[in-house]
Ligand binder design. Structure first.
Ligand SMILES: Cc1ncc(COP(=O)(O)O)c(C=O)c1O
Length: 399
């Protein structure tokens, strides 16, 4: 299928379609496990001439299975370029290290994924890169934080655990008026729910480990770009000057697994979004639940923004019981849902953000961010939602 036709398909068709393998016509792409590739005179000359894309050299620099995944990601994110990485954190660190240098400044939302926060707050400071943490739902706070050396504004499309939805178009306007690059982590949404590049974001990073892989059995990441601020070959530049040097390519088998995950993304997410909305309504009416955060609820602080940006609202929600002990009682007594660290899988997973993802953040700071011990985060899977409600009902009845 021609590139233009493929790009004009509806989203569900984009996820399902993979071009047949050129050599064998296999409808499922082969996995190329090679870590090294044989040169001939022609390839050798092309490499000597500086050609890097489309020549296979060595597994750390790229691999056909990885390129296959990059191609699928580009189509479903609406990107002009994609760079696959060993994990979501590799995507985030390679992007930031590729964009920033000593003396630069970044404005970042204050409730990003814990390792992202720690990298900005503790590691990049060692390299003289400073971050100001703000609530990116507050565009006035973003404007106030910008300095002459601000190079990046960074946020998550749906933030943990408040399910905050950042207002993308106004953030992009503030940034682009000043030549600042906008980067966003789209992991909690996935491209089924939200495609930030359509709203002017320059770079989207994904932990493909989550909804994209979708089966809790593979780690991987992706950096997708569509930008008028950055050079067209920016991702190829950072492939060579950052990713290859840090040594964080996506392994071929993982790339293949993630490509397979993409093919079922739409049907999985359709179910996950529907179940999340049903569960959110159930929790809202439960006497032991103090508060619920789901972008589809009218009570959600950014409901109106979510409706415009991501009307499918996503498969992630949070509800709050009295305290950490109660939260632990609920999670420890769930039998169908799985009490575990990750999200985006076939099974519904639950966790206590304050005592897991945000444990290393000082308590005063955590409370200021609105992250309390009794909050329970849920990632809805593919179970029948009636069984999920029965499972939560039995566990909440113990409080
Ligand atoms: C929002 C978000 N971003 C990034 C990451 C990091 O992804 P990975 O574990 O694939 O490195 C995670 C992991 O939980 C996450 O939740």
């Amino acid at each position: 299928m021609k590139k233009e036709k493929r790009n004009n398909l509806r989203f569900d068709s984009k996820t399902a379609y993979i071009p047949p393998d050129e050599a064998t016509k296999a409808v499922t792409p082969p996995i190329v496990m090679a870590s090294s590739f044989q040169y001939d005179r022609d390839i050798f000359q092309r490499i000597l001439d500086g050609e890097r894309k489309d020549v296979n050299i060595y597994g750390r620099c790229g691999n056909p299975s990885e390129y296959q995944f990059e191609d699928q990601m580009m189509v479903i994110e609406g990107a002009d370029a994609c760079l696959a990485t060993a994990s979501g954190m590799a995507a985030i660190s390679i992007t930031l290290l590729g964009l920033l240098k000593s003396g630069d400044h970044i404005v970042c939302d204050w409730t990003t994924y814990s390792s992202t926060h720690e990298m900005l707050d503790h590691r990049l400071t060692d390299y003289n890169i400073e971050t100001t943490f703000v609530d990116t739902a507050d565009t006035a706070a973003i404007e106030a934080a910008i300095r002459p050396n601000t190079k990046v504004i960074y946020f998550e499309t749906i933030a943990n655990p408040s399910m905050k939805v950042a207002p993308i178009a106004p953030i992009v306007k503030i940034a682009h008026d000043r030549g600042i690059v906008v980067v966003c982590d789209n992991t909690f949404a996935s491209p089924y729910v939200m495609r930030p590049l359509d709203f002017g974001v320059d770079i989207v990073v994904e932990s493909a480990t989550k909804f994209i892989g979708g089966h809790s059995d593979v780690i991987g990441g992706a950096i997708c770009m569509k930008s008028e601020l950055l050079p067209d070959d920016f991702l190829e530049q950072i492939r060579w000057n950052t990713m290859v040097k840090l040594g964080a390519p996506l392994a071929p088998f993982n790339a293949w697994m993630l490509g397979r995950g993409i093919q079922t993304l739409s049907v999985r997410l359709e179910r996950a979004c529907r179940s999340a909305a049903t569960l959110a309504a159930y929790f809202e009416n439960h006497p032991s639940v103090k508060q619920v955060w789901y972008p589809g609820l009218e009570s959600h602080p950014q409901h109106h923004i979510a409706k415009e940006q991501m009307p499918k609202f996503g498969g992630m929600l949070t509800f709050e019981v009295e305290d950490g002990d109660e939260a632990l009682t609920v999670l420890d007594n769930l039998e169908l849902s799985c009490f575990s660290a990750s999200l985006g899988g076939v099974r519904t997973t639950t966790q206590i953000p304050a005592l897991m993802a945000f444990l290393d953040i000082p308590i005063e700071q955590r409370l200021e961010m609105g992250i309390r011990d009794g909050m329970i985060r849920v990632s809805t899977g593919l179970e029948d939602v009636k069984d999920l409600i029965a499972d939560f009902d039995a566990a909440l009845a113990l409080l």
